[in-house]
Design a protein around this ligand. Structure first.
Ligand code: FAD
Ligand code: SF4
Length: 565
């Protein structure tokens, strides 16, 4: 029997792939979605609404769970005993770091990917981001402007449900919002202090449902978001796009299927993909008219670099030589943490929204003049605090025994901590390639990272430390300290740029629609197409750009662009 040819194969079911599945299935196409790990089932995998003392390993998980795994490093926050499940996170497929690189690559291999556990911050990008290269001369402009993408941001926001307010800031275009998340006492104190020194402190744009939305329930503020939501009150593919795609009956979902390369026909066009079945370790081929890669930024480049053929000797659709280049990330770290003495002695309020990005300080630097500061572009800051279930300040105060416990309680409602989000600039020395020496346990050549923080983002880091000292003073806070160094690269999970889009096929991998220049039936729907990061996060834009790409692809289907003999 001839093998079935789907209209579209989508690799990955996360924010990008899930959106593609939903839109194309609803348009009537037959879609085969391929996911490297198992299906995530909230009722089975989430251990929410329990106290740590009810969990066998007090929330830290079985210390032997990585025994024998190829990639031993545990992942912070999201990989805990609360969301351990069976193999939700990638520890079978190892990766390499080049000399001097310490990239931390956290991967969720379950269906829905990292957006099952994400922070939900969902701001729009603006022309200050898209045209940054024109303003300061670094990197490349994006091949779109705000007027073109803004309706797609609206579409994504309306679907996801994003809570915020209209703020009229130049770095931070306003969108279509649900009511904002209610503020805590700390937010009013911080805002007042920030105002005194001319800094913004505003409700974040948060994809968490403050009211019931599109058939999804409103949040009940249990504060468990980073462990996954068991009622679907924030946007995640598990609760939104995957069920929508399945409802059409046009979806075939393959799980535990690790795609290793894109298959090509005699003309070098995509004809399907080859994956490794994790259970049998056999290689299987699936065929389609169009292939969409949405395996997350670096993994998409990994698959493409491994897709070598007579037509594509350095990886599929790599005639520009840009595949794997321009790796960027957000520099993360705490430029200041401490407490608000005015709240000492106040009762701990079970606000339970401490896990949400309730408020943020959107970029305030280099707004009037792109070179006001010693660095170009700009960063944003999130400030966390509130009465979370677990006292996050346990490692910020010193002590031992009863006295230490008393102090934990005494400070309970008061601690706050800042997190900087500073975009790196594209650099020729920051990239990924295939490690010529190493293969993973499935025999697939490993990806290798080459990355160092650049001077520009390190200047932002220093600047943010001074700004946080000023802010603590202005709001009457006491600082306990600041991180000595930024976090390891990769920590933010906002990597961009290894398949950048652009108008010129000589300098970019895809066109402005995320269709590869070289292979018209191969599209990319994740943050690898973004030429540079901004001071904002990536997920809502991934979804907006994926919706737009699908619209364009559907037009191409109706024009017969994807018909082949
Ligand atoms: C704790 C945390 C907080 C975060 N906070 C924010 C935030 O506040 N705002 C924000 O915008 N973003 C945030 N992020 C990042 C956000 O989750 C990602 O930007 C987003 O989920 C990326 O979506 P994606 O579809 O590109 O990739 P992923 O979510 O990684 O999905 C990729 C999918 O592809 C599959 N896959 C991978 N390789 C293969 C292969 N070879 N074959 C087959 N399938 C494959 C995986 O199984 C996965 O399902 C956060 C992430 C975490 C974990
Ligand atoms: S706080 Fe709201 S969104 Fe977060 S896990 Fe609880 S119900 Fe879900």
């Amino acid at each position: 029997m001839p093998a079935r040819t789907f209209d579209v194969i989508v690799v990955g079911t996360g924010a990008g792939g899930g959106t593609v599945m939903k839109v194309l299935c609803e348009a009537g196409l037959s879609v085969c979605a391929i996911n490297s790990g198992p299906r995530l089932e909230p009722a089975k995998h989430y251990q929410l609404h329990r106290q740590v003392y009810d969990l066998k390993y007090r929330g830290f998980g079985d210390p032997m769970r990585l025994k024998g795994k190829a990639h031993q490093e545990p992942y912070s926050v999201e990989e805990s005993e609360y969301s351990e499940g069976k193999d939700l996170f990638e520890h079978d497929v190892a990766y390499s770091n080049g000399p001097g690189t310490d990239w931390y690559w956290k991967r969720c291999k379950a269906t829905g990917g990292k957006a099952n556990f994400w922070g939900r911050s969902s701001a729009r990008y603006g022309d200050i981001d898209f045209k940054a290269a024109d303003l300061d001369g670094f990197g490349e402009n994006w091949p779109v402007d705000y007027a073109e993408i803004s309706p797609w941001f609206s579409k994504a926001e309306r679907y996801m449900g994003v809570a915020s307010t209209v703020q009229n800031r130049p770095s931070n275009p306003d969108g279509e919002y649900l009511p904002p998340i209610p503020w805590r006492c700390i937010d009013y104190i911080i805002q007042k202090g920030a105002e005194k020194i001319g800094l913004p402190y505003l409700p974040d744009r948060c994809a968490q449902l403050t009211v019931a939305h599109n058939g999804h329930p409103a949040c009940h503020y249990c504060g468990n978001c980073s462990r996954g939501c068991d009622v679907g009150a924030f946007f995640s593919p598990t609760w939104f796009t995957i069920p929508d795609a399945e409802a059409t009956k046009n979806l075939t979902l393959l799980t535990n299927a690790l795609v290793r390369r894109v298959l090509v026909d005699d003309a070098g066009m995509a004809k399907g993909v080859a994956y490794v079945d994790r259970a049998t370790r056999q290689e299987v081929e699936v065929y389609s008219k169009v292939v969409v890669l949405a395996a997350s930024c670096v993994e998409t480049a990994h698959i493409m670099l491994n897709s070598k053929s007579r037509h594509w000797p350095t990886g599929i659709a790599n005639s520009s030589g840009q595949l794997g280049r321009n790796l960027c990330d957000h520099l993360y770290g705490s430029p200041g943490y401490g407490y608000l003495p005015q709240l000492l002695g106040q009762p701990a309020t079970p606000d339970s929204i401490a896990d949400s990005t309730v408020a943020w300080m959107p970029r305030w630097q280099n707004l009037k003049n792109p070179r006001e500061e010693k660095f170009v572009r700009g960063y944003s800051v999130y400030i966390g605090g509130g009465c979370g279930e677990f006292p996050g300040h346990y490692n910020q105060i010193e002590g031992f025994g009863a006295e230490y416990k008393r102090n934990i309680k005494r400070y309970y409602p008061t601690p706050i901590g800042a997190l900087i989000q500073a975009p790196s600039l594209p650099s020729p020395t920051n990239y990924v390639d295939i490690d010529p020496e190493k293969k993973d346990i499935f025999g697939i050549p490993q990806i290798r990272f080459h990355f160092q923080w650049g001077q520009n983002e390190l200047l932002m880091w220093e600047h943010s430390k001074q700004m946080m000292m000023d802010l603590f003073k202005a709001m009457g806070g006491e600082m306990w300290g600041a991180d000595d160094e930024p976090n390891r690269p990769g920590t933010s999970l906002h990597e961009t740029g290894v398949c950048r889009f652009g108008s010129d096929p000589k300098t970019s991998v895809t066109n402005k629609w995320a269709q590869t220049h070289d292979v018209p039936n191969l599209y990319i729907c994740d943050a690898s197409i973004f030429p540079s990061p901004t001071d904002k996060t990536t997920t809502m834009p991934i979804i907006a750009f994926a919706m737009r790409t699908c619209d364009y692809m559907l037009g191409n289907f109706s024009k017969g662009v994807h018909d082949r003999a």
